[in-house]
Design a protein around this ligand. Structure first.
Ligand code: ZN
Length: 465
């Protein structure tokens, strides 16, 4: 059963009530702010379990800093100034700058199409080379925030055992915000309109060429490809929203598993364990179909054990700060394990047994209303819509109109007894209504729209802040 929103609840608290992206607890009961997104973690996501040799495993894994400790210290290293996930190049680097120049070095390795600098940060001097890159899609900023926090942790806590192990065992290179022009517009593509992650073969974008050039120069042992995915995806067949999706990408059509890919799977397995305390039960596996145009997939061919981390959505967290922390904990644990070699103790089957990203559920069902288009007979019809900005419940676009009786949606807005009167914005040039139109209505008690209950302007209500 999907949660039902009353118009009153929407008006009172649009931001917290209409949680279109809400991961739900087991059985599909609505998650609420009081129980947290999950309530107690109902974990079908297996915690990483070690492989056969218990003594070796114990020796390796007890050396790792626990997720609980990293969670405990997180607030002290969270970089200020990045609370809104829509930040641009200038804001990002202004926030990170105070933590550079000590143990974390910064060099410019490229320029975007519009001339913004692309910077590579480097920490440590160990033999294992790691390359992490984030925000190659400009509107996928979660991991950029996490990398900022990791840089601050490295900078301020050089004596922490995990930081020392990472510095000694690995050389960690980070390219946060690979696509600064996209970030400037908060759009997926770069300023040339190209999806940089489909440019790995042609290398027509300066951003893609930069990543390829850095990869060729470093020949990393491990690559971390850091993205955000859509908010409305479920874990397999469950009703739980995906908070994190992981992938050890295939490097060929046959999806073979060689030693490199197996290592990536082991890292993915340890990530599941590290992230489980924060998002247990809400971790899925990303589609592993080989894509010869994508960087993550070709990195494998080029020699790196590559791990894709996709940040999805979390209850009542439109700015994705919980997933920012989740990435911080997961990535640091992975760096620790890669630097020390302890990843080798993890069983790839833990990752393999994850359920895939499942179905995408429409964002909102407006049910039971009477639609009153001026000049056309009224009719009873439900409306289905998706938000262009799902975490904010903004910019709703109508996807279907009619009898949606059995349709499942993230949220339902019950408007029984009320009239939906489309505004001029929703109507076509001839005054008709169609799927694809912006969802803009007056919601009224009468068909003329004299007794207005509330206005639906792309979303249930405007956020007050
Ligand atoms: Zn992406």
């Amino acid at each position: 059963m999907i949660r039902t929103l009353t118009p009153l609840a929407v008006l009172v608290c649009a931001g917290c009530a209409a949680s279109g992206a809400t991961p739900r607890s087991e059985g599909g009961a609505p998650a609420t702010a009081t129980t947290g997104a999950l309530g107690p973690a109902t974990t079908t996501t297996a915690t990483s379990r070690p492989t056969s040799d218990p003594a070796r495993t114990a020796a390796l894994t007890t050396a790792l800093t626990t997720a609980e400790e990293l969670i405990g210290l997180y607030d002290g290293v969270r970089v200020p100034g990045l609370d809104d996930r829509r930040f641009n190049h200038e804001t990002y680097w202004r926030s990170v700058e105070p933590y550079l120049g000590g143990s974390v070095a910064s060099v410019t390795v490229g320029e975007s199409a519009e001339g913004r600098t692309i910077r590579q940060l480097t920490f440590g001097s160990g033999p294992t080379t790691v390359l992490l890159w984030s925000q190659m899609h400009g509107n996928e900023s979660t991991a950029s925030m996490s990398l900022a926090d990791i840089v601050r942790f490295f900078h301020e806590h050089g004596d922490h055992p995990a930081v020392r192990r990472i510095a000694q065992g690995a050389t960690v290179h980070m390219i946060p915000m690979l696509n600064p022009d996209g970030a400037e517009r908060f759009q997926r593509r770069n300023a040339q309109g190209i999806d940089v992650n489909r440019d790995a073969r042609m290398l027509q974008t300066p951003e893609g060429r930069t990543l390829k050039g850095v990869t060729d120069a470093l020949t990393p042992d491990f690559g971390f490809n850091l993205h955000d995915q859509g908010a409305a995806v479920r874990v397999g067949q469950t009703n739980r929203g995906v908070a994190i999706a992981l992938l050890a990408p295939a490097f060929n059509e046959a999806r073979d598993v060689d030693a490199k890919r197996r290592r990536a799977m082991q890292v993915a397995s340890l990530l599941i364990g590290a992230m489980d305390p924060l998002v247990g039960g809400h971790i899925a596996k990303y589609d592993d179909t080989f894509n010869p145009r994508a960087f993550g997939d070709l990195m494998g061919q080029w020699g790196a054990s590559t791990i894709l981390i996709e940040s999805g959505a979390w209850a009542d967290d439109p700015q994705k700060q919980h997933l920012r922390k989740t990435n911080f904990v997961g990535i640091l644990t992975a760096l620790d394990a890669v630097a020390t070699g302890s990843y080798a103790a993890f069983d790839p089957d833990v990752y393999e047994s994850l359920a895939y990203n499942g179905r995408r559920v429409p964002d909102l069902l407006i049910s039971g209303g009477t639609i009153a288009v001026p000049g056309i007979p009224v009719l009873k019809a439900d409306i289905l819509l998706n938000y262009d900005r799902p975490l904010m419940h903004e910019a709703g676009v109508i996807t279907d109109i009619g009898d949606m009786g059995e349709t499942e949606a993230q949220d339902t807005l019950d408007v029984r007894g009320l009239y939906l009167i489309p505004t001029a914005r929703a109507l076509d040039a001839s005054g008709g209504l169609d799927a694809g139109a912006p969802a803009h209505f007056i919601v009224a008690e009468d068909r003329e729209g004299l007794r207005v209950r509330f206005r639906f302007e792309g979303g249930p209500a405007r956020r007050e802040e």
